[in-house]
Design a protein around this ligand. Structure first.
Ligand code: OFO
Length: 170
């Protein structure tokens, strides 16, 4: 059984994951309109992954006797300046999400909720991977600089980075 404090904290995280999915969906749409098919596919897949993170939390909260809430979301930006700025934003966003997961883990320890603590370890590992991936992409973009040809190749290469777990069910 979840304590009201843990239930509320998990519901806040559900909103964070849903908001992440919205932000990446907007990035996908922007890249698609600009004709960058690879970047768009990557962002659509990333948006789906965040929805999967959200659903995993929803199911956990309900299974543990709580009530997972669906809350209103903020409209994300529609444009992102440049791809460098967009991937920087993605990286910053993931760092913020990692901080939210860490706060959640602190609350679990304070509340002695070891089951939820255990469940959240999956998110800890996921955040390590997501931050590393975002940093890796950002490094590549910095190397490309203003080289249009380099960016064309990058748009093609990024398709390889679309992870298989977007197709997994929570
Ligand atoms: Fe990329 O954040 Fe979810 O967990």
């Amino acid at each position: 059984m979840l304590s009201p404090i843990i239930e509320e904290a998990l519901n806040n995280q559900i909103a964070v994951e849903a908001q992440s999915s919205q932000v990446y969906l907007s990035m996908a749409s922007w890249a698609e309109v600009l004709g960058f098919e690879g970047v768009a596919q990557f962002m659509y897949a990333h948006s789906d992954e965040e929805r999967m993170h959200m659903l995993k939390l929803v199911k956990f909260v309900n299974e543990r006797g709580g009530h997972a809430k669906v809350s209103a979301l903020e409209a994300p930006p529609k444009e992102f300046g440049s791809f460098k700025e967009m991937f920087q934003e993605l990286f910053n966003h993931e760092v913020k999400v990692s901080a939210c997961i860490n706060d959640l883990i602190d609350i679990c320890l304070q509340q002695k909720d070891y089951a939820t603590h255990n469940f959240l370890q999956w998110y800890v590992s996921e955040q390590i991977e997501e931050e590393a991936l975002a940093r890796n992409i950002l490094d590549k973009i910095k190397l490309i600089g203003d080289d249009k040809g380099g960016f064309y190749l990058f748009d093609n290469d990024i398709k390889q980075l679309i992870t298989a777990d977007t197709t997994q069910q929570p």
